[in-house]
Design a binder for this molecule. Structure first.
Ligand code: 9MR
Length: 555
């Protein structure tokens, strides 16, 4: 029986499914001691999944609105995990997913007060990072030592990549802009929790300060990453002392940086008293990065090419992107929203009608779209017609998701197409949820919230694998993520609050998979970096989705 292991809101849809053959056509909801039947229903007709050979039957108990602890029983099958019907059912998931970033912090010790069993010494200090020959300039020749401390580890590896920090920060800052009141009171027990700044912004600040160090002060360009030459072994952070480098600047990294800094300049302005000068510094950094990108409009990060020219060879993650119109659109949109200057509108106007697609690290156009739609009313009136058309096209995109749920095997927006099951498929589910929540924010039509919830149900267990993909949450969650600290720390439970990549039939890791169909190709093994790594750009949309749904739950 596959269900949302975190439970269900009293007034929302409550769907579980039974996968495989069932001896009965009835289901029962029992109170958690197994004594009293509180609800009886008929299983839905069998539905064959589009993306695996599984067949499922629907368990719909939406009418059960009474708060309580329950289990689902289908005669002849083992009972479901216990679950609750209650308000704030995703509070724990939202807080844990945000707290996940604290555990990814690079250059500070994680103290037991905040990190519990997962306390550890500081990881890489990154106070003496070498300028790689690929990044050499007159002012900073190869071998120049710079300081680039802090930030979050990208994923299960120990490197820090600007491109991927870009979409991550953009998504978290958008979560704050869209659900400000909710995040103002969401506490995650981090060292800064009592400093008068919301925890989410304290957390993003830790990475923001690192990002600022990645801009070359002499020309405004931004290095692609701060990295080892090759991946560290499966050891705790800070154990290895291999040299760290900043490599080649690039257009995508610099524009993503510009976008984040422009957005941060706007978001942190509210905290000028607590963080004097920060907002202005971010905006200045954004403008300088934008100007650099105008001079270097198409400098791709091509790691193979770089390695043919320079040594040492760098073999860590590439995040090599070759199209820059989406980064330009996003950065321009953030600069426009933060400054109101016509020049940024003119710069993004040629891309305003580009097709809208789900955000990914390589495709950030829609992040700009979200921001334009969020600030449409504050933008100069002469842009109104263009923004109206953007809004209409955006709602059409959200509407294409709505028919996915009915007739799908797991009753989720996620998984209609096998193309949903890519490396990091969990983030596809979460980002689809963000599209739907934005459609709600623009229309106030609850159907978008209901549909977004189906994808949180997916992430938390109503999926073909039966796993909850968030570590430390639910009854049957990812236990062996490809995450160096979780592997090396000697603690059975993985570091909590981290979202596993999820099913990926590409299986680029050659690890053992029990199942290989698109929606079942998931391997809960340390080995599996293609289906079971965690990454900052996957946690972020899950933070947005879980927190957004908490903020919008019906009372
Ligand atoms: O998420 C990235 C995915 O889209 C790419 O297909 C894959 C291969 O290039 O890389 C993924 O990103 C990894 C990055 O390169 C290094 N840190 C871990 C990231 C998650 O697996």
């Amino acid at each position: 029986i596959r269900l949302n292991q975190c439970g269900y809101y009293p007034l929302a849809d409550k769907i579980a499914v039974v996968a495989g053959a069932t001896p009965s056509t009835q289901f029962f909801i029992l109170d958690a001691n197994g004594q009293d039947t509180v609800y009886t229903g008929q299983l839905g007709a069998p539905v064959t999944s589009a993306n695996s050979s599984l067949s499922t039957r629907k368990i719909d108990f939406s009418d059960l609105q009474r708060t309580g602890h329950y289990i689902i029983a289908v005669p002849g099958l083992p009972p479901s995990y216990p679950f609750q019907v209650r308000p704030q059912t995703h509070y724990a998931a939202a807080a844990a997913l945000l707290k996940g970033y604290y555990y990814q912090r690079v250059s500070m010790p994680l103290e037991a007060t905040y990190a519990g069993r997962w306390a550890r010494p500081a990881g890489h200090p990154d106070t003496a990072v070498l300028v790689h020959p690929s990044a050499a300039t007159t002012q900073r020749p190869a071998g120049t030592v710079i300081s680039s401390p802090g930030g979050w580890y990208d994923a299960g590896d120990y490197n820090k990549y600007i491109v991927n920090s870009g979409i991550t920060m953009g998504t978290l800052l958008a979560a704050y802009e869209d659900f400000t009141a909710y995040f103002d009171t969401l506490h995650t027990n981090i060292p800064e929790s009592r400093n008068g700044i919301p925890d989410i912004l304290d957390e993003t600040l830790y990475n923001l300060r690192w990002m600022l160090t990645m801009q070359d002060p002499y020309d405004g360009g931004v290095y692609n990453k701060c990295t080892n030459a090759s991946f560290d072994g499966m050891v705790m952070p800070g154990v290895t002392k291999a040299p760290r480098y900043v490599v080649q600047k690039g257009t995508a990294a610099t524009l993503d940086f510009a976008a984040v800094m422009a957005q941060a300049g706007r978001v942190y302005r509210r905290f000028n008293k607590e963080l004097p000068g920060l907002s202005d510094s971010c905006l200045q950094a954004a403008i300088r990065a934008w100007q650099w990108a105008e001079q270097h409009p198409a400098l791709a990060y091509d790691q193979d090419k770089m390695n043919r020219q320079y040594s040492p060879k760098v073999t860590t993650g590439g995040y090599g992107d070759r199209t820059f119109t989406d980064e330009k659109f996003w950065a321009g949109a953030e600069l426009l929203a933060s400054t109101g200057r016509q020049q940024y509108y003119d710069a993004i106007a040629p891309y305003l009608s580009d097709s809208l697609s789900l955000p990914s690290w390589a495709g950030v156009h829609l992040l700009g779209g979200y921001t334009l739609l969020r600030f449409a009313k504050q933008l100069p009136g002469r842009h109104a017609a263009a923004l109206q058309s953007l809004k209409a096209r955006f709602i059409r995109l959200a509407d294409t998701y709505l028919p996915h749920v009915a007739g799908s095997a797991f009753h989720t927006v996620m998984g209609k197409s096998r193309r949903d099951f890519i490396w990091g498929s969990s983030a596809v589910a979460a980002n689809q949820g963000i599209v739907l929540l934005n459609a709600y924010l623009l229309t106030k039509d609850r159907k978008y919230v209901d549909n977004a919830l189906t994808n949180l149900d997916y992430l938390l267990g109503r999926n073909a694998t039966g796993y909850c993909f968030v570590t430390g949450i639910g009854s049957y969650a990812t236990m062996h993520p490809h995450h160096r600290p979780s592997i090396a720390d000697g603690i059975a439970d993985p570091v909590p609050g981290l979202l596993a990549g999820g099913p990926n039939p590409g299986r680029q890791d050659q690890c053992h998979y029990d199942h290989t169909e698109p929606e079942t190709a998931y391997s809960d093994t340390d080995c599996s970096f293609a289906s079971n790594e965690i990454a900052i750009n996957w946690n972020a949309p899950a933070v947005y989705l879980a927190a957004g749904l908490e903020a919008l739950q019906q009372r």
